[in-house]
Design a protein around this ligand. Structure first.
Ligand SMILES: Nc1nc2c(ncn2[C@@H]2O[C@H](COP(=O)(O)OP(=O)(O)OP(=O)(O)O)[C@@H](O)[C@H]2O)c(=O)[nH]1
Ligand SMILES: [Mg+2]
Length: 388
């Protein structure tokens, strides 16, 4: 699973990415600082199941702080997009190809309205315009990809007796688009092999909505002095964010200046600091955390993965009584799986060989034996039984 970060230049995409991944990304107050995509690992946060069992976990593929399990997700930060990118404006829309494998997009917007459409400083810009133009540019990207392949696809259907859904699924698999997405968009737009450009455009819009849903990160909430967030929040899937604050809190945590768990509504100062540092931390506490309950950055990842993509977290173990792997690590791994995944899907996710040799599984909470078709639930702890 991958999360793509998109938006126009200078809105704080790289700051948001860096805060969540702590990977070096270049940040600067001018447009097009990022050209090559930054790829990194962020973490979603869930209540660890170890708390339910009164055991202490020993994570391997994730980490746990005070009963909060942080599970890795891949993130990609790309260059800024400007209106007309599909016609070559700005850096064009070629780099959207870096987002092929994204399952969900987080659109970082400067909610304060202090960045114009091409990424320069301004006042009183309406950030709602960005929401529309960004959707348009992604639609054009989809349209271009489908259009490029269209004559091949329609020829195969007309002369080769091939099936439209299958052909589109094959052609678009590289865009992280599956058969369910395609069926839904065909049903929605009545696409058939005789369609024209206008029909393909409509199909692209519908396909984008199901295959690359967009969450809006209303960034720079700290300087939103025009009340844009309050005006727009009920109309969109939108989370108030201060990426700069999240980055500062994470860096202060690494330097042992504060203790802070990403996503929390507060932090503790651990040592004597100078007045400048104290003022910066007080600002974050009073103007961000006390008002919005968090910096919003962690929440964006959680909402994207669990509310929008409806993923679940499952813990595979090898010993159903001790909840350990074969080396005695308690609840070592936490996997993020699509809702509707089965016990067999989990086995294949662990290893192809485990999937091939699957003969059954145990639900470690009830100790009941379950079969390959068992539908996994969020928080399940599962032992897979393999044959020889
Ligand atoms: N006030 C405020 N400024 C922010 C926030 N997040 C980022 N910035 C500033 O916005 C400017 C642009 O940040 P970047 O992260 O480089 O933006 P970008 O969207 O990656 O820009 P490009 O790579 O040029 O497309 C920098 O000066 C950041 O310090 C925030 O939450 N609040
Ligand atoms: Mg950038």
């Amino acid at each position: 699973m991958e999360i793509g970060i998109v938006g126009k230049p200078n809105v704080g995409k790289s700051t948001f990415f860096k805060a969540l991944t702590l990977k070096d990304a270049e940040i600067a107050n001018f447009p097009f600082t990022t050209i090559k995509p930054n790829i990194g690992v962020g973490y979603v946060r869930v209540r660890c199941v170890d708390t339910e069992f009164g055991v202490k976990c020993k994570p391997k593929n994730s980490f746990c702080i005070d009963g909060n399990r942080f599970i890795p997700v891949k993130m990609i930060d790309v260059a800024g997009l400007v209106p007309g990118a599909h016609e070559g404006k700005g850096l064009g829309n070629q780099f959207l190809d870096d987002l092929r494998r994204a399952d969900v997009l987080i659109h970082v917007v400067d909610i304060s309205g202090k960045t114009n459409e091409i990424g320069e400083a301004t006042e009183n810009y309406n950030p709602e315009r960005d929401i529309k133009f960004l959707e348009d540019e992604i639609d054009y990207w989809f349209f271009d990809v489908i259009k490029r392949n269209w004559s091949k696809i329609s020829a195969k259907i007309r002369h080769g007796g091939k099936d439209l859904v299958k052909e589109l699924t094959n052609q678009l698999a590289g865009l992280s688009i599956n058969e369910t997405h395609i069926k839904s968009a065909i049903k929605d737009t009545q696409l058939d092999e005789k369609c024209n450009d206008e029909d393909i455009k409509k199909f692209s819009v519908s396909l984008r909505k199901v295959s690359k849903p967009i969450l809006i990160a209303a960034n720079k909430i700290d300087i939103d002095d025009k009340g844009n967030y309050e005006r727009l929040k009920d109309r969109y899937d939108m989370i108030p964010v201060c990426s700069e604050a999240e980055l500062a809190l994470r860096q202060a945590t690494i330097s042992n200046i504060i203790s802070y768990i990403p996503g929390n509504s507060g932090f503790k100062i651990l040592k004597n600091i100078n007045e400048k540092q104290r003022n910066a931390l007080n600002f974050i506490r009073e103007r961000i955390l006390n008002v919005y309950n968090s910096t919003g950055a962690q929440e964006c990842l959680n909402v994207a993965v669990f509310s929008i993509l409806k993923r679940i977290v499952v813990y595979p173990v090898e010993n159903e009584n001790k909840l350990t792997d074969k080396n005695g690590n308690v609840l070592p791994d936490a996997y993020i799986l699509p809702n509707g995944s089965t016990a067999l899907d989990l086995a294949y996710k662990i290893h192809t060989e485990i999937g091939d040799r699957f003969i059954g599984a145990i639900d470690c909470k009830t100790k009941k034996k379950i079969g390959r078709e068992y539908l996994l639930k969020n928080g399940d702890i599962i032992k897979i039984i393999v044959g020889r």
